[in-house]
Design a protein around this ligand. Structure first.
Ligand code: FAD
Length: 511
């Protein structure tokens, strides 16, 4: 902790840093920061304060699940914490007794293994930092405020005050900001990953799951693996279960490329409309697949027979007929640039009208999970309904009522437990984080029009209400979705962690 009296300019003493939030992104920042300080020859005497609310340093929310049925939804080959060594995680898996035999680049392993990997890697970076003379302190505390002035960045954690030169904020996802009206109901589960999750669900009770994304799949598989016997129904507004990932093959992009984006946007001086961007993807997919795609059929409302659709999707994945997935997957790296090139109207229209179908294809299920889900569907262990329009709670009967219409047919179901699997929240003003609320209230951060926090695209410096970027407070992680779009992948957050550290190193060099 720094007393105000010992403040001198960064140039006159080794710099001090804070990393708030030690999930996967926090680990990425810390590892990159230690490397940068070592490479820059300025490690000796630096201070790094690490703050984490939870018990486990470096595990993160999504990866803390102990259940083997919760798989990473990305291939092991995309989950290396070493940005310049993509096989790092795959090699680490090879040395683990509890990892699948012969884990390869394309294997989908339980998320808990990734948490162990992160923690181990964090531990190594910590030891390396201390050996090099960096003074690292870890604090199990909630950072409740972060305020910048001419002397640096002031953080409040519990009753303590810290003054640092740079703060990396890596707070992760916000819990869903939908259905908050039910949070007092004991049979309502607002988040699968926080609090007791599904632990308290009576195995014989009826359960409703709102959402049909990968989190809903996680909920279904967990209920199955814990022997749940009651009827389970999955409800979504528009889209059905995610598609199924087949084997990945290499695809060299031809149209969704930086060069093509530069050409179309005249070197990013003209904003692209949705039709133009959709045209690039259409050509990439149609030429890659060698067929003209029937887009009306692909974009049509989901079939009422979700079991039939799931069985077909599993079959296609087993037969390797999922080249579309490899093509979409190949676009990962260029997606933030595509997003940046689009006009605000194009981005807004995409989020409003097309994000759910994009997610259904882009964030699809590993085949192993899809097979388990198909077994459940064929046993009649759950149903999936789209067209949800209303959710209410009857206090007298202690039941949730779900209503809607699927393919024109009205439906109504009553369930004892309700699980919110709608994903994460992006409405800052509804966040329960005092850190975010305090910064928002003062105008130190501003909401991005498409949700989350506004940051500078290249450096992650937070942008204040007056539109100016901070030099010393940076935000990295899923909440920068409005700016980077593809932030629910470790790969992107790691790349952004490196950009943030590089921006700080450049600022330090100039100061
Ligand atoms: C269920 C699920 C599955 C996913 N699976 C994958 C996958 O397979 N592959 C993939 O690439 N991505 C996956 N993701 C996306 C994943 O969230 C991101 O890739 C990334 O790992 C997010 O990490 P994070 O550190 O930013 O956030 P988190 O893991 O949420 O970590 C943030 C940390 O900050 C701490 N914190 C928050 N506020 C404060 C505060 N005020 N003070 C101190 N500490 C604080 C929290 O306790 C937490 O530990 C998944 C996401 C979910 C929800």
């Amino acid at each position: 902790m720094s007393a105000d009296s010992d403040v001198v300019t960064p140039a006159a003493r080794p710099p001090r840093f804070a990393v708030a939030g030690m999930g996967a992104t926090g680990v990425g920042v810390f590892v990159a920061l230690v490397r940068s300080l070592l490479d820059g020859g300025r490690a000796e005497g630096c201070e790094v304060h690490i703050f984490e609310t939870g018990e486990r340093l470096g595990a993160g929310v999504a990866y803390s699940t102990p259940h083997d049925c919760h798989l990473l939804n990305m291939r092991a080959g995309t989950m290396s914490v070493q940005a310049d060594d993509p096989d790092h995680f795959v090699r680490w898996l090879a040395g683990r007794q509890d990892a699948p035999a012969e884990a390869k680049e394309a294997t989908y392993v339980p998320r808990r293994l990734f948490a162990s990997y992160l923690q181990e890697h964090f531990g190594e970076a910590l030891r390396e930092a201390r050996r090099a003379g960096i003074r690292v302190s870890t604090h199990r505390a909630v950072v409740s405020d972060c305020r910048e002035d001419a002397r640096g960045v002031h953080l409040i954690a519990g009753v303590d005050h810290f003054l640092v030169d740079y703060a990396f904020l890596c707070l992760g996802d916000l819990p869903s900001t939908e259905y908050l009206e039910f949070t007092k109901v004991p049979t309502y589960v607002h988040s699968m990953w926080q609090g007791a999750g599904l632990e308290g669900v009576d195995p014989d009770a009826t359960v409703g799951i709102i959402g049909s994304s990968l989190t809903a799949v996680d909920a279904l598989l967990l209920l199955r693996s814990t022997g749940h016997r009651g009827a389970v129904s999955c409800f979504s507004r528009r889209r059905s279960l995610p598609k199924v990932q087949g084997p990945r093959v290499d695809h060299t992009l031809k149209y969704v490329t930086e060069e093509e984006l530069r050409r179309l946007s005249a070197d990013f001086t003209r904003e692209l409309e949705l039709d133009e961007v959709a045209g690039l993807f259409r050509r990439e997919l149609e030429e890659g697949l060698g067929i003209a795609i029937d887009w009306t059929r692909v974009l049509a409302e989901p079939d009422a027979s979700f079991t039939g659709t799931l069985a077909r999707d599993v079959r296609l994945a087993e037969n390797g007929q999922t080249l579309w997935y490899s093509i979409l997957d190949a676009t990962s790296e260029v997606i933030p640039l595509v997003w940046r090139a689009m006009s605000p109207a194009a981005r807004e229209s995409f989020v409003r009208d097309h994000l759910s179908i994009w997610s259904m294809f882009r964030h699809c299920m590993p085949l192993d999970n899809a097979r388990r889900l198909l077994d459940m569907a064929e046993d009649g262990a759950f149903e999936a309904l789209t067209g949800l329009t209303a959710v209410s709670y009857d206090e007298d009967r202690e039941l949730f009522r779900m209503e809607g219409a699927q393919a024109g047919e009205p439906f109504a179901r009553e369930v004892r437990y309700l699980v919110n699997a709608t994903g994460t929240g992006f409405a800052l003003d509804r966040s329960d984080s005092s850190l975010i609320q305090n910064m928002l209230m003062r105008g130190d951060i501003r909401p991005h029009p498409l949700g989350g926090i506004d940051v500078d695209f290249d450096t992650m410096r937070v942008i204040g209400r007056d539109g100016s970027p901070s030099d010393r407070a940076l935000y990295i992680g899923p909440l920068t979705r409005g700016v980077h779009f593809y932030t629910n992948s470790f790969e992107t957050n790691l790349a952004n962690a490196h950009s943030a550290v590089a921006a700080v190193a450049a600022h330090l060099a100039d100061s």
